[in-house]
Design a protein around this ligand. Structure first.
Ligand code: IPM
Ligand code: MG
Length: 360
């Protein structure tokens, strides 16, 4: 079967890490007998430079014509918050998520065996293991609420960002989380701030209502501040964490760091139809862009998620994960996960090593 993949290379280290990920896709194709065709899609700061807007017309249609979308990273100081919204890369990222209806963002934080030393946690805590599926609501809440900016008489400028959630939005993300938990350790931690926020009280009530349909799954509520603390105290207690958009943004960076590096965490953004979008959770790292220093592993592992969730090819997906583990266990590391006894490699060499491991 031939799979069509849209490539959004993006800004900063985006093009470098996507290159290596494409090499991995092709290597999987060779080993397992699939073929892939690629369509480049301009989105982000690079699109602003080319067309004057970060989200050119027709972007969503180009993606919809493909079976899956792979995104590197977008953003950078050149297109900072002072630029008009249409020129900012983040505007485009939110727009593509919304236009493709990708309401569920799955961020899988696992401590790879070779990286116990790279984790900032105490060894005895890290060794208990980390395998968290963070399910972040992606197209609602404060990210997409009404914004306002106005002058006041006595307090200068005042701004508002509205956080809104409907039962429908909460229910569909909640069901995703319960279904994922059924295939894992059967525990859902719902994270909210129900002691303060009305949206959180609806969130909590909705989670408990639908929980009745998943009697085999345990549901617990944790307040977001407590969750941030528990993630560094004992992350082994978590299985599936489900939370709203902004809490999920913040907690997933924290979850990635406890596994050793922001450069390791993949994500899948899924809606009710085709295509889903796969991207590393890290940003465009402009400080190291173009220097062959970036860690391509989060993007490579995003490809593993693509094989599993979009193509239903679990064996291929596992092969990619095993290849990554084999390379790390052999002591090859990019600068971000290097330990004293490890051997330093760049982005390209890391990609080549993973391809080699895939052939073996
Ligand atoms: C992420 C990023 C984005 C987000 C930014 C770049 C808009 O931080 O994917 O986590 O907040 O969703
Ligand atoms: Mg983020």
């Amino acid at each position: 079967m031939d799979y069509k993949i849209a490539l959004i290379r993006g800004d900063g280290i985006g093009p470098e890490i996507v290159n290596e990920a494409v090499g991995i896709i092709d290597a999987v194709g060779e080993r397992f007998g699939h073929t892939f065709s690629y369509t480049d899609v301009d989105l982000g700061g690079c699109a602003t430079d080319k067309y004057g807007v970060s989200y050119p017309e027709g972007t969503a249609e180009k993606c919809r014509a493909c079976d899956a979308v792979l995104l590197g990273a977008v953003g950078g100081p050149k297109w900072g918050p002072d630029r008009p919204a249409a020129e900012r890369p983040e505007t485009a990222l939110l727009a593509i998520r919304k236009d493709l209806g990708l309401y569920a963002n799955l961020r899988h934080a696992t401590l790879r065996p070779a990286l116990v030393d790279a984790s900032p946690l105490k060894k005895e805590t890290a060794e208990k293991g980390i395998d968290i599926m963070m399910v972040r609501e992606l197209i609602g809440g404060i990210y997409f609420g009404k914004r306002g900016r106005y002058e006041t008489e006595d307090r200068g400028v005042e701004c508002t960002d509205l956080m809104a959630y409907s039962e429908m939005e909460i229910e569909r993300i909640g069901r995703r989380a319960f279904e994922l938990a059924q295939k894992r350790k059967k525990k859902v931690t719902s994270v909210d701030k129900a002691n303060v926020l009305e949206t959180s009280r609806l969130w909590r009530a909705t989670m408990h209502r639908i929980a009745a349909d998943y009697p085999d799954v345990e549901l617990e509520d944790v307040l977001v501040d407590n969750c941030a603390m528990q993630l560094v105290r004992d992350p082994s207690q978590f299985d599936v964490i489900v939370t709203e958009n902004m809490f999920g943004d913040i907690l997933s960076d924290e979850a990635s760091m406890v596994t050793g590096s922001l450069g390791l965490l993949p994500s899948a953004s899924i809606g009710s139809g085709k295509p889903a979008l796969y991207e590393p959770i890290h940003g465009s790292a402009p400080d190291i862009a173009g220097q062959d220093k970036a860690n391509p592993i989060a993007t490579v592992l995003s490809v593993a998620m693509m094989f599993k969730y979009s193509f239903d090819l679990s064996e291929e997906s596992k092969a990619i994960e095993q290849a990554v583990d084999a390379v790390l266990s052999a002591g090859w590391h990019t600068a971000d996960t290097m330990g004293e006894a490890d051997k330093l490699v760049g982005c390209k060499e890391m990609g080549r090593l993973i391809r080699e491991a895939l052939k073996a």
